[in-house]
Design a protein around this ligand. Structure first.
Ligand SMILES: Nc1ncnc2c1ncn2[C@@H]1O[C@H](COP(=O)(O)OP(=O)(O)OP(=O)(O)O)[C@@H](O)[C@H]1O
Length: 365
């Protein structure tokens, strides 16, 4: 456990330069809740996206870096945040608009190193269809949660994918493929695939244990299960070797953790999440994220920063009040957006900001 290295993970000061529609913005939160309200298109989600770039990856929209620099700006953008006295900075220069640069405490660093200073968890409207759409989105969600607890997950994932791509190329012409090379690739897939599956299974078990500790009402309690074909007990490497011909006919690898899925059940209703109402699905997702935030807090000794985009508007008043209570109890910093300031009127301990066309103003409670 590395928790001793972490202090209070709160963003004390955030500056944006030429990021999306924000030419020059400064936010100095002085409370656990940071509330961003304003009309559609004002630039609220853009601020959450900027914060999400203080973690490894492409942020909460998964967008291209070149799309983030302000149109009509000089090209390039910068984001800087003070986290417990250390300035985390990221951005791109006009000369290299697709090369993300990271500085930690003024020293050039890697995006992965950001995770040592700040842990960030988000929920956006784009995730509303998570239970309805294809398994790929659920796998990415699962892997994002897994990575927060198993830092090596990204490496196993990259090596597994690389070996699978190489295998897919070879089996496209199975007769002239070198069997020894296929053996080697399948052994790699077996090794990294087993690590992926184990980390995911560990995450799911810990999430379910955490969810069982959380109150059931008024939030829906989910039960999570991993669906996939890893149940047979046969090592993946051997299975892949046996299935070469079938995979060659299909033109791709049909077995392995790249086919896993996440099955979520609404416990009280004994119903799949996909059959639940829109608001119930949102509540299930929030329960999972809050349980995950509790796991991250336990692992790191520090709760993550939560970014909740347009979450309050989807909940009825009792669920909204319960959410605010749970968020306060989580002890972390929470950034929330909404078009209606009235949604947040019950929150006394908040930095209230109104956003209008890329300008940010302090607003009264
Ligand atoms: N690179 C960019 N340069 C300038 N403006 C941009 C850029 N990218 C996006 N925008 C603008 O940012 C605005 C969207 O901002 P954002 O998504 O933060 O809105 P929002 O306040 O969250 O709105 P909603 O309530 O509708 O979700 C749009 O008007 C869009 O044109």
């Amino acid at each position: 456990m590395r928790a001793g290295r972490y202090s209070r993970a709160m963003i004390g000061r955030l500056t944006l330069s030429d990021f999306r529609n924000h030419a020059d913005a400064l936010i100095v939160p002085d409370a656990a809740f940071v509330l961003l309200t304003g009309d559609n298109g004002a630039g609220k989600t853009n601020i959450l996206e900027a914060v999400s770039l203080l973690a490894p990856g492409r942020g909460l929209r998964g967008a291209a870096l070149s799309a983030m620099a302000r149109q009509d700006g000089p090209g390039g953008f910068g984001i800087a945040a003070e986290v417990d006295g250390v300035v985390l900075g990221t951005g791109v220069t006009p000369a290299a608009p697709e090369r993300r640069q990271v500085r930690i405490g003024g020293v050039a660093s890697s995006a992965n190193a950001l995770a040592d200073h700040l842990s960030i968890v988000w929920l956006t409207p784009a995730m509303d269809r998570l239970f309805l759409d294809s398994p790929g989105g659920r796998r990415r969600f699962l892997d994002r949660l897994t990575l927060a607890l198993h830092p090596a997950h990204a490496v196993h994932s990259a090596r597994y994918e690389a070996a699978m791509r190489a295998r897919n190329r070879l089996i496209a012409d199975l007769r002239s493929a070198d069997p020894l090379w296929l053996d080697a690739l399948e052994a790699q897939m077996g090794e990294h695939g087993a690590a992926l599956a184990a980390a995911r299974a560990d995450l799911v078990a810990r999430l379910n244990a955490e969810l069982a500790r959380q109150p059931d009402a008024p939030f829906a309690r989910p039960l999570i299960a991993l669906g996939g074909d890893g149940e047979s007990g046969e090592p993946l490497g051997a299975k892949l070797a046996r299935e070469r011909r079938r995979d060659a006919a299909a033109g791709r690898t049909l077995s392995g953790p790249h086919r896993d899925d996440l099955a979520v059940t609404h416990v009280a209703k004994d119903q799949s999440a996909a059959l639940c109402s829109t608001g119930e699905q949102k509540a299930l997702l929030l329960s999972i994220l809050l349980a995950h935030a509790a796991l991250v807090a336990g692992e790191r000794g520090q709760p993550p920063v939560l970014l909740l985009d347009e979450v309050a508007a989807h909940l009825d008043p009792s669920r909204r009040a319960a959410l605010f209570d749970r968020l306060r109890a989580s002890g972390g910093q929470v950034w929330m957006t909404g078009t209606e300031p009235g949604l947040f009127s019950d929150l006394k301990d908040a930095t209230r900001l109104s956003v209008t066309a890329g300008k940010i103003f302090r607003s009264a409670a």
